[in-house]
Design a protein around this ligand. Structure first.
Ligand code: DGY
Length: 320
């Protein structure tokens, strides 16, 4: 039997994923789960045939140029691929794959949690009770913004956007969306299409971002676009921090243009933005949209399916 391909697994993946990977590949596993510099990635690349990275490993610039030719495939454990310069990797003959579909429900779940938590003042309320500072009640106390029956704008009506729309319908929300192209009626399920982001923003009491970070979408939500939203709107971002100009977001929160925000993604990760942390009406999570047992297994298996196809001489299902 031919030698098993050598696979570098850059982070601590689920037990089921690691067990399956070790069955089929000669694995080098980062059990310590630390992050890797460009130098780490370049040095490791001479020892492996394939890499199974997460969005925390960046394949751009010098890393792509100096990657050892031994590496033939980068099978990402993520749907987002903004950490990879795909044209440059393909140019070097390296196949790149991702893990679409399998994390849509988990991510839409977190988007909904953020939307509800931001709208209904979860950070303030939790802190007050937890700190033993809840000493007052009145009908005028901790009044938030009602989600049910409101209008939800979705930017990016791909798989996660559609899952978010499904959740929103359960809450009786009126769903509006912007997408590069209009969906078929069976996928729209009654959602109202807008040909421009600007038109969508004007009806978005709540706005949820579900598009990839690209040079075109970087800073998508800026001062001009926040100004178009209804007063007291709520922003939700579970896609990528780069989509939002965080200074403009802070100004919109200060002015009351936005009444709250729910964020799972930040320009700086890990870490977040201390200027956002100063606002109790910002409900924040540390990029855990896809962090469930079910979804982690599904992401790992999808990445391994792509690797298996590649090493069996077939085109991986999620080749980019
Ligand atoms: C993704 O899959 O892109 C998520 O952000 C987790 O990496």
């Amino acid at each position: 039997m031919a030698d098993k391909p050598v696979l570098w697994i850059t982070r601590r993946l689920s037990d089921a994923t690691l067990a399956r990977a070790q069955n089929d590949y000669e694995c080098i596993i980062n059990h310590e789960d630390g992050e890797h510099t460009a130098d780490d990635i370049i040095a490791m690349s001479a020892k492996v045939d394939a890499i199974l990275p997460c969005h925390s490993e960046v394949f751009r610039d010098r890393t792509v140029d100096e990657l050892d030719p031994r590496v033939k495939i980068i099978a990402n454990h993520s749907v987002g691929t903004d950490h990879c310069d795909i044209p440059a990797l393909n140019e070097r003959g390296i196949t790149v794959t991702n893990t679409p579909d399998v994390l849509s429900d988990a991510t839409a779940e977190i988007a909904f949690l953020l939307m509800l938590g931001a709208a209904r003042r979860a950070v303030e309320g939790d802190r007050m009770v937890r700190d033993g500072k809840w000493d007052f009640w009145s009908p005028a106390f901790m009044v938030g913004k009602q989600v049910s029956g409101s209008r939800l704008g979705i930017i990016g009506m791909g798989r996660v956007g559609q899952a978010m729309a499904r959740n929103a319908r359960g809450f009786g929300m009126e769903v509006h969306y912007y997408n590069r192209s209009q969906l078929s009626a069976d996928k729209e399920q009654g959602a109202i299409y807008h040909e421009t982001v600007e038109s969508l923003l004007q009806v978005s009491d709540f706005l949820s971002l579900h598009c990839p970070a690209t040079p075109e979408t970087t800073g998508l939500m800026n001062q001009t676009r926040f100004a178009l939203m209804p007063d007291g709107a709520v922003l939700v971002n579970t896609a990528r921090g780069a989509l939002v100009d965080e200074n403009a977001l802070i100004e919109a929160l200060k002015s009351g243009k936005l009444s709250a925000a729910g964020l799972d993604c930040f320009v700086t990760e890990p870490g977040g933005n201390p200027a956002l942390s100063a606002h109790d009406n910002v409900f924040m999570l540390p990029h855990i949209g896809s962090a469930t047992v079910t979804t982690r297994d599904a992401m790992g298996f999808r990445a391994l399916d792509n690797l298996d196809a590649f090493f069996n001489g077939a085109t991986p299902k999620d080749k980019l």
